[in-house]
Structure formats: C-alpha cells, structure tokens
Design a protein around this ligand. Structure first.
Ligand SMILES: [Fe+2]
Length: 223
C-alpha cells in the first residue's frame, strides 16, 4: 500500500524545516472547513479524509491547498467524452453490475477556499471495461454544495486495453475554465505501465464491506 502514499514515511518525528509548521491563512481556512460538521455526508457512511484514524497509514500528501497550492493536474479527455450527460449524483441504474464505489471530496480554488456550485461531469467504463457511446450509462454531472462538497455513487470501472483503472471527470468553477482529468486507484498493477497515469491523481480508497469508498479533493482555477 506504500505506493498510494508517496511521501509517507518521510519521518513524521523528524524536525521539519523552519516555516513548514507555520500556520498559514490557507491552513486555517481548511481547518475551519473541515471542522464544519456535515451530517448528510457522515450519515451516509462515506469515508472522508478527516475520518482518518491514527492507526491508519499516513494519508497521501495532498497536491493542493498545501504550501504550493498546486492545481489538480489535467489529463487527456480520451475518446469517450459525451456532452449533455444527465444531472445525477448516482450513476447506478437497475441492473448495473460491478463493485459499488462512492467518491466524495471537495472542490477548492487556488486560495484553498471551497468552490460552491462547481460542476463535476463524470464518465467511466462499465465493469467489463466498455463505455456507453450511444446512451449515458455511467455518465453524469453534479454540482458541489455550498461547502464545496460532492459525492458520486457509481461502480469500480473495469479495465480495457492499454489503460490502468480510471474514472474521467471534468471540473469547472462557475464561469471558470474547465479542468479535464482522471482519477486513479491505488495498488493497481497497471499504474506502473500506463504512461498517462499520474500518482497525484490517486484517490484514497478503502474497503467498506463489499463496497469501496474513495475520497479526492480537486483544486481548480477560476474561482
Ligand atoms: Fe477512459
């Protein structure tokens, strides 16, 4: 599991360079955000990064809202995007096969403020690795709530030739530029061979009974 935590084991007890521990305005903003209870999400049992237990391995250092404020890296759209997907937070339909998966997280702006009403448009392969190019199966868009939070209910996508396991997404702040990128699963053998794979786009994924619960936060410009 170490591959899903690049940077982990860097020595949590080692002294950090001066300045790394200084509490920035951004840190305070994020701390305040995370301190806000979210009964709706918590009630649904979705794993969020703040649910992290002390006994768990260290979380992946987020590539966003840290000292660098790096935006979420873009990725190729690929050949299977279709505009005009239905608005829905769950891509599950009667008869949808595959391991259930929830992905929850936040959309932040470059200043680490959550982005309300940001658009997230997801599309993915089915459990057999096929995209629906005639209809909108396993395609859907939704908007972040007032706290910048989103939650997608779907299935774990199947593999198809030449690619590792991934989910496509477009993210856009109101009136902002569109970020097109992909989300990845830790521990996938093909992560080592897929030339498109970027570890900065790994989700935190945990097993929850027969289902998987993932978290990922985006950082986008234009907000
Ligand atoms: Fe794809």
């Amino acid at each position: 599991m170490t591959d899903e935590h690049p940077g982990a084991g860097a020595g949590a007890d080692a002294p950090e360079p001066f300045g790394r521990r200084s509490v920035s305005r951004k840190t305070l903003l994020k701390a305040a955000l995370i301190a806000v209870p979210m009964p709706a999400l918590l009630g649904s049992g979705v794993a969020l990064a703040r649910d992290h237990r002390p006994s768990d391995p260290p979380l992946t250092p987020t590539p966003y809202c840290d000292d660098g404020d790096d935006p979420t890296p873009p990725q190729t759209e690929g050949p299977y995007f279709k505009p005009d997907s239905p608005e829905r937070a769950s891509l599950l339909e009667p008869g949808t096969r595959g391991t259930r998966l929830t992905i929850s997280g936040y959309v932040f702006g470059l200043t680490c403020r959550p982005v309300a009403h940001a658009l997230l448009d997801f599309w993915q392969a089915d459990t057999a690795g096929a995209y629906d190019n005639t209809g909108f199966r396993l395609r859907g868009h939704q908007y972040t709530d007032a706290r910048g939070a989103f939650m997608l209910t779907t299935i774990v996508p199947g593999l198809y030739p030449s690619r590792t396991r991934h989910i496509h997404v477009k993210v856009q702040a109101p009136g902002g530029p569109i970020l097109t990128t992909q989300l990845y699963f830790p521990g996938e053998p093909r992560n080592n061979t897929d030339p498109i794979f970027n570890p900065a786009l790994l989700m935190n994924v945990r097993q929850a009974g027969p289902a998987k619960q993932a978290t990922f936060d985006f950082v986008i410009g234009g907000s």
